[in-house]
Design a protein around this ligand. Structure first.
Ligand code: NAD
Length: 529
């Protein structure tokens, strides 16, 4: 761990990066802190948060109410609703701030982000509680997310420091040759709700550490976590206008993306919205003088291949956790298990027993499987479950879980005997639905695994070294896991991003990520005699 107090940010590179450790909630001290934090956060439910443009706090007539998905009658936060009419002011304020922020030395921007990391650490339990209450994650899942956000503060500052020290690869005799990385300008940050702190914060921090300024449009389902993160940035010393906080929906998002003076879009979300953004950003507007850059991380239809030579118990555990952790609401969630026909019956028997043991209920009480984020998501999952019951054989689940509470609970559902081209084997559901597909050997399994338009994560369980090598070469996903589950990427060890319709493969938490938020300027200076 490195802190801003440790002196000049160059000391960052003197030690190696280590991931933020996870909390052990079996220790009563941590469990107590968690319960206290949830109580404190609950006491703030219903508070109103302002939109912030150029440091000015604004209110609008329209409001966004974010709810607790475990108890939909509870309003977590009331937020202003930015409309298309706010895009101009937000982008103008960001440009105004850019003229100063781009000149702030790298080291000072880096120190600011490191301070934000320290504040997140100090307020860790509070942030865990907000993520639990607004996004419906259990304690460990929330901890994973807050730890990842802290990791990003350190990882991206390290990478920014490396960029700041770049040199021209070759010096021409008689010249001083430089290569410097400069910011792009004003970006729109458009994150999803399912990692309301980590993805949102990661996009913001990678942007601003490089000298860009942004309009942050959080998801309407998780604006309170973003509002709290803004407090962290303000306390860390990020100047007004560098991050403009504008909760809003698709209309505001579209106005941002189409704006002539927007330089880039950092988006994570569904394929449909990502493709719309790609298309709209590509259309040059009158007076636009650049090609907008788009960084688009999208959906998945992630598969786990289970070979006959695998450790079946490990495979069952990995598939169950990856499919139903956070109720399947991860882009990396396993939504297809491709199992060798020789072991499929045994696999299904053990999987059913494992899944039926999964407890559903309020994440604030740390039940392992929580609710879906909203009514729309629940209805979508139930529609796909109905389709799945026709496309295959219901193994377990299949209904709403009304006994889990008044939230949007759906039973973890497994459908067996699904054809590779069935809708539930091709379309992203983003809920607790797993399709199990039988394979006739490894070649067939690989073919099925690669047979969707996506390419985000994938896993293979096998004891064969040969198959492992083949999977490394031919399983076409951005994040491949071998003999482990396909969720739980860590910043640093597992740079994250997918192929094909899963996005532009930006690899967040990887060494190339911050580069995407810069442009390189090459300077050749003749040495005067
Ligand atoms: P979404 O696409 O519905 O929304 C994402 C963001 O886009 C939100 O802020 C939303 O308000 C905004 N938006 C919606 N319409 C818009 C428009 N027309 N123009 C501009 N912005 C618009 O996705 P979601 O439901 O928030 O998140 C779930 C999706 O995100 C899943 O598909 C999941 O796979 C994906 N996801 C991908 C990754 C990844 O790294 N690849 C990570 C997390 C989530």
């Amino acid at each position: 761990m490195v802190t801003a107090q440790m002196g000049h940010p160059t000391s960052l590179l003197a030690s190696s990066f280590a991931n933020e450790p996870f909390l052990d909630f079996s220790r009563e001290e941590n469990a107590r802190k968690m319960r206290d934090a949830i109580a404190q956060v609950r006491a703030q439910f219903g508070r109103e948060y302002e939109m912030v443009i150029g440091g000015q706090r604004l209110r609008t007539a329209g409001k966004i109410r974010s709810i607790n998905p475990a108890h939909p009658s509870e309003v977590v936060g009331v937020h202003q609703e930015a409309g298309p009419e706010h895009a101009e002011a937000a982008i103008a304020a960001a440009w105004q701030a850019f003229e100063r922020w781009r000149l702030v030395p790298w080291d000072d921007r880096i120190a600011t982000i490191l301070r934000a990391g320290e504040i997140l650490r100090r307020r860790k339990f509070e942030f865990l509680a907000w993520v639990v209450c607004e996004a419906g994650k259990n304690w460990a899942e929330a901890d994973g997310e807050v730890a990842e956000s802290i990791d990003f503060t350190e990882f991206y500052t390290r990478e920014a420091l490396r960029l700041s020290q770049a040199t021209a690869p070759v010096q021409l005799p008689g010249e001083r040759d430089h290569l410097t990385y400069i910011p792009l300008g004003v970006g729109a940050v458009i994150p999803p709700w399912n990692f309301p702190l980590a993805i949102m914060g990661g996009l913001v921090m990678a942007s601003i550490v490089c000298g860009n300024t942004v309009v942050l449009k959080p998801s309407p389902d998780s604006p309170t976590v973003a509002a709290k993160f803004l407090e962290v940035l303000e306390e860390a010393g990020v100047p007004p206008g560098v991050v403009n906080f504008c909760p809003g929906g698709a209309e505001f998002g579209t106005a941002l993306v189409e704006h002539a003076r927007l330089r880039y879009v950092g988006f994570t979300g569904s394929k449909a919205v990502g493709l719309q953004i790609h298309e709209r950003a590509a259309k040059t507007q009158p007076e636009q003088i650049w090609i907008k850059r788009t960084i688009l991380e999208m959906g998945g239809k992630d598969a786990t291949i289970v070979e006959a030579d695998a450790d079946l118990d490990a495979a069952v555990e990995g598939v169950a956790l990856a499919a139903f952790g956070y109720a399947g609401q991860k882009c990396s969630a396993c939504s297809r298990a491709i199992v060798d026909e020789k072991v499929c019956d045994v696999f299904l028997e053990r999987l059913r027993a494992r899944v039926e043991r999964m407890q559903l209920g309020d994440p604030a009480e740390n039940r392992p499987v929580g609710p879906l984020i909203n009514e729309r998501a629940m209805n979508k999952a139930m529609e796909y479950i109905a389709i799945g019951k026709k496309e295959g054989r219901l193994l377990c689940g299949g209904e709403r879980a009304l006994d889990a509470g008044d939230g949007y609970y759906v039973q973890p559902t497994v459908i067996a005997d699904v054809a590779p081209d069935a809708r539930i084997a091709q379309e992203e559901v983003f809920g607790p639905l797993l399709a199990v597909i039988k394979s006739r050997g490894f070649e067939d399994a690989l073919h099925i695994a690669n047979g969707t338009e996506y390419g985000l994560t994938g896993a293979i369980y096998t004891s064969s070294a040969e198959k492992i090598e083949r999977a490394k070469r031919d399983f076409h996903v951005g994040n491949l896991y071998i003999n482990r589950k396909c969720t739980g990427a860590l910043c640093g060890p597992h740079p994250f991003g997918g192929f094909n319709m899963s996005g532009t493969d930006s690899k967040s938490g990887g060494p190339d990520y911050v580069l995407l938020f810069t442009q390189a300027k090459s300077i050749g200076e003749k040495i005067m005699a």
